[in-house]
Design a protein around this ligand. Structure first.
Ligand SMILES: Cc1ncc(COP(=O)(O)O)c(C=O)c1O
Length: 321
């Protein structure tokens, strides 16, 4: 989906014109991939725009920056407030938000410390990712291995990690698949190019642990929390590749992909290829503002979203939650 321009972008504490949010070609980030970023969705329930788990996304951004010794001049609260200000100012929701912290213009060498740390936030309309229909996607195991521990840190959502993601994704789409799933350096299932992976087998919901080179997905975390509340057994343990072939159900989670059923892996159908009862029950209904079941830490607003009684909603568009 082509990028749709908006009026403003937030830059280091100020709203600037979209056209003015430019970088010099000699900025450090352009040569060495020195950025960390987030992808966040703002939904549009009747109660008004609501940024999904805004604090948690900003916390992950700050964690990513810390790993790379980037000193961010803004607090978590200030960055959450900045997202809110931007959404309001551009007047666009639902939307996707893209906060990014990067090393700017200053020094040409690898050492980043003489380059200013800059923060930008953009928001823009963005629809569904991976597929437009609900019947799921056909995926492959990538021939590319996910970044190994102690190479590029997988817990940080760094721009550089996405060179690996691009290889996975281009290979998959070139070969006619919607997405690729990478194995980790030991051959266990890691993640998709931009999603975490879940399988269901004999009623147990399983996903790769953080040690298998996965991003600590906010959606992954939400699904695990919800599953526990729904008393669905969950396991975070290494998933052998062939488990994807014999699983009863499989699905991706991610801000972009939300909950996307996986219909087949390497042309082997997952069960009979239909969306399974756990994946498709509606209890993870992430789209259109219906998000997630649970008891309350993110629960705000009225109960009209509840399909099965308990709903965690995205945080409302306010800074004081
Ligand atoms: C590599 C990768 N894994 C997993 C995810 C899912 O994370 P989240 O649910 O926080 O969007 C993403 C998306 O940001 C991703 O890029």
């Amino acid at each position: 989906m082509a990028l749709q321009k908006t009026d403003k972008i937030w830059h280091n504490g100020k709203l600037i014109r979209w056209e003015d949010a430019t970088l010099h070609v000699m900025a450090h980030v352009i040569h060495y991939g020195s950025s960390v970023f987030e992808g966040v969705r703002c939904y549009a329930p009747p109660s008004g725009p609501a940024i999904f788990r805004a604090d948690d996304h900003v916390q992950r951004l700050l964690d990513s920056a810390k790993v790379y010794r980037m000193d961010v001049a803004f607090t978590k609260q200030e960055l959450v407030a900045a997202m809110v200000e931007l959404v309001r100012s551009n007047g666009i929701w639902p939307c996707y938000l893209r906060p990014i912290v990067l090393r700017g213009y200053g020094d040409a060498g690898v050492t980043p410390t003489n380059c200013p740390v800059e923060v930008y936030i953009a928001n823009y309309p963005w629809g569904k990712y991976l597929t437009q229909d609900d019947s799921g996607v056909d995926v492959c195991i990538s021939s590319w291995t996910r970044i190994a521990p102690n190479t590029l840190p997988a817990l940080a959502k760094a721009g550089a990690n996405y060179m690996n993601s691009q290889l996975i994704r281009m290979e998959a789409t070139t070969n006619g698949y919607a997405e690729g799933i990478a194995l980790d350096v030991n051959g266990y299932v890691s993640e998709g190019s931009g999603e975490n992976v879940f399988v269901v087998r004999n009623g147990v919901l399983q996903t790769a642990p953080l040690g298998n080179s996965v991003l600590p997905g906010i959606t992954r975390d939400s699904v695990l929390k919800l599953a526990r509340e729904l008393e669905i057994p969950t396991v975070e343990a290494g998933i052998p590749r062939e488990m994807l072939y014999i699983a009863d159900e499989a699905f991706f989670t991610g801000t972009a992909a939300e909950i996307t059923p996986i219909r087949s892996v390497d042309r082997i159908s997952v069960a009979n290829g239909d969306v399974g009862p756990v994946t498709g029950s509606g209890q993870w209904a992430v789209g259109s503002g219906q998000w997630a079941v649970g008891s309350g830490q993110w629960a705000v607003g009225s109960p009209e979203y509840s399909s099965i009684g308990l709903i965690i909603r995205p945080a409302p568009l306010t800074t004081d939650h």
